[in-house]
Write a protein that binds this ligand. Structure first.
Ligand code: ISE
Length: 336
């Protein structure tokens, strides 16, 4: 099958990791171009891989005839612009979360994709490819435990890069739970809210930490997500779906158990990119296979849009103090 030629915009840690993954692990793909806001970062990365060309701007990379599919791992604020540019050029595009900074930009993206007449875009919600979450989804969908009633989730981080802010706990961190919960439950949200709780003295900045987010779905399920963005003991992701006849729990990643000093213990990872490393590998392999077959099949512009609208409702509720409605436009046929 024909190899998919990929251009990566954004040569920071996650961009470099995806270039390594696409070039060394994923079958049927090769990175042919890179670009970054800092051109030296792109030249440095290109120099490590024979045949990879560094472009001065993302726009030039998108226009390059050899680039068939674009991967966007640049700063969050730049995502929507590059996605629209790639869709306008009729190219496949994979965009890391969040798809955009505003619901209005997500709507523009959905319009552009519909104008192209076929699915071109996939959003990087890699947790859907994690074996643990995928197995949970299988059990819930089988109905063997009855209807799902609620989700208890937590997302704990050891630290954040400088410049972190309260809203990022939603748009950069809890956004994963916003996507995975509706995917597990196969439902859309009705309301969203953030609750004030006692603050952690371990926070190394002036943002709110922890935060507890509460969601309800159209069928009345309730989801609570504890988000610790700083100072936690490890990068710990927990998820329990409570069903009528039992619970379904996200497994910890495989780790060797030590028995010593009258205790049984195993290490918990501290780095988020390591926690989901296998999910990223599977996500990109599936993406490339789908492109070879004609179109992406993973998380869509609609999923990017819903998470963006839900994040906005949570942020709004911090100011109003009450649950806010998650108001969505009608789902376009392309995403049904
Ligand atoms: C990062 O972008 C992620 O996606 C992680 O899941 C999250 O825990 C981390 O705080 C973010 O910076």
């Amino acid at each position: 099958m024909k190899e998919v030629k990929i251009g990566v915009i954004g040569c920071g840690a996650i961009g470099r990791e995806h270039v390594r993954r696409l070039n060394n692990l994923v079958a049927g793909a090769s990175v042919v171009a890179v670009a970054d806001y800092f051109p030296e970062a792109a030249s440095k990365l290109a120099a490590q891989y024979p045949g990879v060309k560094a472009y001065k701007t993302g726009e030039e990379l998108i226009a390059a005839p050899e680039v068939e599919a674009v991967v966007i791992t640049s700063s969050d604020e730049s995502h929507a612009g590059y996605v629209l540019e790639a869709l306008g050029a009729g190219k496949f595009v994979f965009c890391e979360k969040p798809l955009a900074q505003t619901a209005a930009d997500c709507e523009k993206i959905m319009e552009a994709e519909q104008k192209a007449g076929r699915r071109l875009l996939q959003v990087g919600f890699m947790r859907r490819y994690d074996r643990g979450y995928a197995a949970m989804k299988g059990i819930i969908a089988s109905g063997e435990l009855g209807a799902p009633l609620m989700i208890h989730a937590c997302h704990r981080n050891v630290s954040q890069a400088p410049g972190f802010a309260t809203d990022y706990a939603v748009t950069r961190v809890a956004i994963h739970e916003l996507d995975i919960s509706r995917w597990l439950l196969d439902d859309e949200y009705d309301t969203a809210q953030v609750l004030a709780v006692r603050q952690s003295s371990a926070t190394k900045g002036d943002w709110l930490n922890p935060q507890v987010m509460m969601l309800t779905t159209k069928s009345g399920q309730r989801i609570d997500v504890e988000v610790q963005t700083d100072g936690a003991y490890a990068y710990d992701i927990q998820c329990q779906v409570v069903c009528e006849n039992g619970t379904v729990n996200l497994p910890d990643p495989a780790a060797v158990v030590t028995r010593a000093n009258a205790a049984r213990s195993f290490p918990i990872l501290t780095d988020w990119s390591q926690r989901f490393i296998e999910a990223y590998d599977i996500e990109f392999q599936e993406w490339v296979k789908a492109l070879q077959a004609g179109a992406p099949t993973g998380p869509s512009a609609w999923d990017g849009y819903v998470t963006c609208v839900t994040a906005d409702a949570i942020i709004k509720s911090r100011k109003t103090g009450v649950p806010e409605k998650v108001e969505l436009v009608e789902k376009p046929a392309m995403y049904r």
